[in-house]
Design a protein around this ligand. Structure first.
Ligand SMILES: O=C(O)C(=O)[C@@H](O)CO
Ligand code: MG
Length: 282
């Protein structure tokens, strides 16, 4: 079975953030991911990782802004990344530098750089300008990350969850990664978003995983984004597909569990809903 990482921004939200690490380890996770670490000192997060025998496998570069308070304000104001946002190039670079410092402290191999939003009713010229900025920002970020021994990931996200998000489709993500051609620039393949936007998920795993351009998977039930055993995707089947293809191409990444638990009563809500994980790893 794939290696599963708990997404601590969505799982265990019944607990304070720093206590979620222990809860995830107690439930058998060996890896964790989350959106943003910037509200906490890197050494406090590193201590929780060490103390619970966990690996940090992924987190996001800031969503906008230029310091820790600004990052939180940007997220609250609806900013969803700066990589493809014309005029936000300085914030993008500042954000990647912050992320690389945290990646070093947390020994985290991957950083997700969210693309950001297009303007309302974007014109063809505005879309083309966003594409140019995206390409030059990602080239720069991949070079910075390579020097630090890290990967940069980009993720297609469905436009129902994030309207006007610049990157929605797997083929567009792979096209820009191929065009830039940096070996440490990869795609974060979130099966939840893929099913909502384009479907044909198993075939896309078989097509894209052997290219070497998939850096990470994420999962959730569709359409409610609850546990993976709730909804229209057959995850036991998809886990077997990932296993089979990963074995054939020696892929050794992680599958992030990025869903909102619906089962059980607080405070045991997240753990109550992990029957799918116990079944998958039995
Ligand atoms: O929303 C998702 O899906 C994610 O993976 C988050 O990192 C937001 O980018
Ligand atoms: Mg995701």
């Amino acid at each position: 079975m794939p290696r599963f990482a708990a997404n601590l921004s969505m799982l265990y939200t019944e607990l304070p953030f720093l206590d979620r690490f222990e809860a995830a380890a107690r439930d058998g996770f060996q890896g964790v991911e989350f959106l943003f670490p910037y509200a906490f000192a890197p050494e406090d997060i590193a201590a929780r990782l060490r103390g619970n025998g966990l690996q940090q496998v992924l987190f996001n570069a800031p969503p906008g802004g230029s310091d820790a308070a600004g990052f939180e304000a940007a997220w609250a104001a609806g900013q969803r990344g700066t990589a493809a946002v014309v005029g936000a190039e300085a914030d993008f670079r500042t954000g990647v530098q912050w992320a690389l410092r945290y990646a070093d402290a947390l020994d985290c191999p991957r950083i997700h750089c969210m693309a950001g939003l297009l303007p309302e009713a974007a014109s063809a010229d505005q879309i083309s300008a966003a594409s140019s900025v995206y390409e030059s920002n990602l080239r720069w970020a991949a070079a910075q990350a390579a020097a630090a021994g890290r990967e940069i990931l980009i993720e297609p996200i469905n436009p129902r969850d994030i309207p006007r998000f610049f990157l929605n489709r797997q083929d567009d993500a792979h096209a820009i990664v191929q065009k830039i051609g940096a070996p440490n620039l990869k795609v974060q393949f979130d099966l939840y978003h893929c099913q909502i936007v384009e479907g044909d998920v198993a075939t896309k795993i078989r097509h894209y995983l052997p290219t070497g351009r998939v850096g990470h998977f994420q999962i959730a039930g569709v359409p409610e984004r609850h546990e993976p055993d709730v909804g229209e995707l057959n995850y036991p089947y998809l886990f077997n597909v990932i296993d089979e293809v990963a074995a054939a191409c020696a892929w050794q990444g992680w599958v992030g569990c990025e869903y909102r638990p619906q089962r059980g009563a607080v405070p045991a809500g997240t753990s109550d809903g992990l029957g799918w994980l116990r079944h998958a790893t039995a």
